[in-house]
Design a protein around this ligand. Sequence first.
Ligand code: XMP
Length: 323
Amino acid sequence: MADIRPETMERITTRALADRFIEEQLAEIKAQVGDKKVLLALSGGVDSSVVAALLIKAIGDNLVCVHVNHGLLRKGEPEMVIKVFREELGANLIYVDAVDRFLDKLAGVDDPETKRKIIGKEFIDVFAEEAAKLDGIAFLGQGTIYPDILESDGVKAHHNVGGLPEDLQFELVEPVKLLYKDEVRVVGSALGLPDSMVYRQPFPGPGLGVRCTGAITRDRLEALREADAIVREEIGKMENVPWQYFAVIPDMQSTGIKDGKRYMGWPVIIRAINTVDAVTAESVEIPWEMLKRMRDRIIATVPGVNRVMWDISDKPVSTIEFE
Ligand code: XMP
């Protein structure tokens, strides 16, 4: 797709430049949307969050946000979206608990691409159903950013499942479509979004679904969510926080021993990588004391887990995610 960012456009690196960008965008959004309504799928990721914050400022209650919980979000994520957007920013937010619906569809499915397709299709169906319940929606807000336009023909993220229904005949509102990720973050901070949202690590559209490998079961998914929260909390304390760090629970069991009896349990795999562009990646050295603390916390508190491992693989040949 054409390079549409004007060469004269200054890179947004400071609060003052972000404030100017925000002022300009508020005027543009108001001119485009008038007193009509805008619908936005709000995942809680950086891009959709910044678009939501901008639209709330521009049009208030005429923005309708839909947050779909597909059951594959990280611990505390839906609560965070509700707290920040509904309670703090006063957004008109529809929260859809679609957990059973997604997990029922995924039951017994072990092929990674089929899992991704099911999650993507279900997301579109849920969103379209919510849109159909609403009257007077004229626009669709989208967190398209400049790399999406340059790299993926304007489609949000190369293999993102967060893509929206193409047959929804709405005009698009894409206020950050000329910005690079670092600029989106500066704008997000200027809009008052918390650092935990603005500077969060990348998280794949299919969420924990690609880290609970093979056929997802509810008990293993819950164990993964808990283990992942511990891993994120601990590794987040490192002086240089890695680019991406998370837990995986593969679809396998190994023997453990408790009260003199052998039993089968899952391993938790810890992964932390640094990268510039996610095309190549290097495994990050985690301090031994931190590894032991994660091991002890996971074994003590996560049911079903009896082994903790550390993935030291680089990309290539290993990808960042497990599926
Ligand atoms: P891989 O595993 O291919 O990941 O080395 C590269 C980067 O892309 C993210 N990723 C995804 N993001 N939907 C997404 O939106 C996906 O299906 C998906 N798969 C991988 C991954 O987290 C890493 O940052």
